[in-house]
Design a protein around this ligand. Structure first.
Ligand SMILES: [Zn+2]
Length: 393
């Protein structure tokens, strides 16, 4: 894994248009060790060297939903997780939640063990400047059998009381950061309350909920809605469903797969108007086929095929995406008309805050020095993780 301190310096500066307070304004950051120690706006004055000049500087991107990429799948293999972490900075990602679709309790446990192995102190030097993995996103298995998407329906049907034992173990191991569930499943509301009390964010998703059932899930503590519009009850004017609750209830933010395939541009615009920048999270929902050639891959043990543009199960169902988060930022700008600064926040500030990562997601003094230096046409030029250069064109 390539790890590099900028010219071996412990203190350096970065200039460009900085994402500060929701706006892009010319300025400079001073980084010392793994932290931002100064954020200057306007005339930057004298700066420590080396100095890195970029067009745009944003916080590192935070992907709340990543099943894999570069031919690697999130699974029971710690080495694959580390390899994924080392590749993602090329897409601007500095933090991600390895995401596991509906599976058996045994496999969830195995992935949690792999995560522990991937971030263990004994190998942390090996992780170098790879993207950070602050916990898993369990997407399932307590989902609607009517909205399985590309998940294994057997794993969804089998979610029962044994689920609690597994959740308890993963909570005790501090392995969870986000859980997606369907609020209308029996026992879902109690589980939302338990997870939230334990400091884990809960998202509603893969749900056939009525408007009222979705509201009950939000009342219980859910603060996110997973891939809005995809795999959920749609908006009917007399039965507004999960989409109606997600769009109108300010207590939840919504994640979007902005690849131009999963969600029509008009639906992205609708989400932006209804939720505003502060309540939209761009995710990739990437599978192993992302950043990899067209061909056959797997998702949660099921076969999927990528044509290079998108990934599908054999029956044609969309199976995750081949999106990368830097592309999602550009697509959100292009398709929804979002401002660049807003799309950048949707991929950094908003997701970090929604899962309680208070030490990253903004360019404030004291924050982790997780940064993306962008070119004028919004391509990733350099990615810095914890003060170290993790990727450079
Ligand atoms: Zn999904």
């Amino acid at each position: 894994m390539k790890t590099e301190s900028p010219s071996g310096h412990n203190r350096y500066s970065v200039t460009g248009r900085l994402l500060l307070g929701g706006r892009l304004a010319a300025g400079a950051l001073v980084v010392e060790g793994d932290r931002i120690v100064e954020a200057r706006q306007g005339a930057v004055g004298e700066l420590p060297t080396p100095r890195f000049d970029a067009d745009i500087v944003s916080p590192g991107l935070v992907d709340l939903q990543c099943n894999g990429a570069f031919g690697l799948e999130v699974g029971a293999d710690a080495a694959a997780l580390r390899a994924l972490a080392s590749r993602l900075p090329a897409t601007g990602v500095t933090t991600f939640l390895p995401t596991v679709v509906s599976t058996t309790a045994t496999h969830y446990r195995a992935v949690a063990a792999a995560l522990a192995g991937a971030v263990a102190p004994a190998v942390s030097t090996d992780l170098g400047a790879g993207a950070r993995l602050p916990g898993l996103h369990l997407e399932g298995p307590l989902l609607s059998p009517a909205r399985v998407g590309a998940h294994d329906p057997r794993a969804i049907a089998a979610a029962d009381a044994a689920l609690d034992e597994m959740l308890d173990e993963l909570l005790a191991a501090d392995a969870l950061r986000l859980v997606t569930l369907a609020p209308e499943r029996p026992g879902a509301l109690d589980r939302i309350r338990r997870l939230v009390a334990a400091g884990v964010a809960v998202a509603l998703g893969h749900t056939d909920a009525t408007f009222e059932e979705a509201e009950a899930g939000i009342d219980a503590g859910a603060t996110l809605v997973t891939h809005l519009f995809n795999a959920m009850s749609g908006l009917h004017h007399r039965a507004p469903g999960a989409v109606g609750a997600a769009l109108t209830d300010d207590r939840v933010a919504v994640s979007l797969i902005a690849d131009g395939v999963h969600v029509h541009a008009a639906a992205l615009k609708l989400a932006l108007r209804a939720k505003g920048t502060d309540r939209i999270v761009l995710v990739t929902d990437a599978v192993a086929a992302a950043g990899a050639p067209a061909g056959s891959y797997q998702l949660g043990g099921l076969p999927i095929v990528s044509d290079g543009e998108c990934a599908r199960a054999p029956d044609g169902t969309l199976a995750g995406s081949t999106l990368t988060l830097d592309r999602a930022v550009r697509a959100m700008v292009r398709l929804s008309g979002a401002r660049i600064e807003d799309a950048l926040a949707m991929a950094s500030t908003v997701p970090a805050a929604r899962v309680g990562l208070t030490d990253r997601g903004t360019l404030a003094i004291g924050q982790r020095a997780d940064l993306v230096l962008w070119s004028a046409n919004l391509e990733v030029d350099t990615t810095i993780v914890g003060g170290e250069i993790a990727f450079r064109v």
